[in-house]
Design a protein. Structure first.
Length: 120
């Protein structure tokens, strides 16, 4: 069985299918400033939509740091996305995960496109 840290890291690395078995039926995913998804069905659909978009690009993680305790995990990452036309974008994100009895119950995601020259 995967640890909560492994589940959270898989989600932050866009390996969503690995996370689906751990989603609580009433999971919430708050995309700060954009949307709040409620329930396994909405979260899985959003993940599948994201995977379809990601299939048109490559992803390179430049930073990936995790902090975990007994029932929560925080993942901070900076990723470089390159599309088919070789155009790059850099995104910094912080995902906060909450678990109850091994089930992922809450995700809060903060994301911002960043200037690559500001990445330390």
């Amino acid at each position: 069985m995967a640890t909560i840290q492994e589940v959270a890291e898989a989600f932050s690395r866009h390996r969503f299918s690995e996370v689906y078995p751990f989603l609580h039926p009433e999971v919430t995913w708050t995309l700060v400033g954009a949307a709040k998804l409620v329930g396994q069905e909405q979260v899985v659909q959003a993940c599948e939509n994201a995977l379809a978009e990601l299939a048109r690009s490559t992803t390179q993680f430049l930073r990936f740091k995790t902090i975990a305790n007994a029932d929560s995990v925080a993942v901070h990452s900076v990723a470089r996305y390159v599309d088919a036309k070789w155009q790059s974008s850099f995104v910094s994100s912080c995902d906060l995960y909450e678990f109850t009895q091994g089930h992922l119950t809450s995700i809060t995601s903060y994301t911002a496109e960043v200037d690559p020259d500001t990445i330390a």
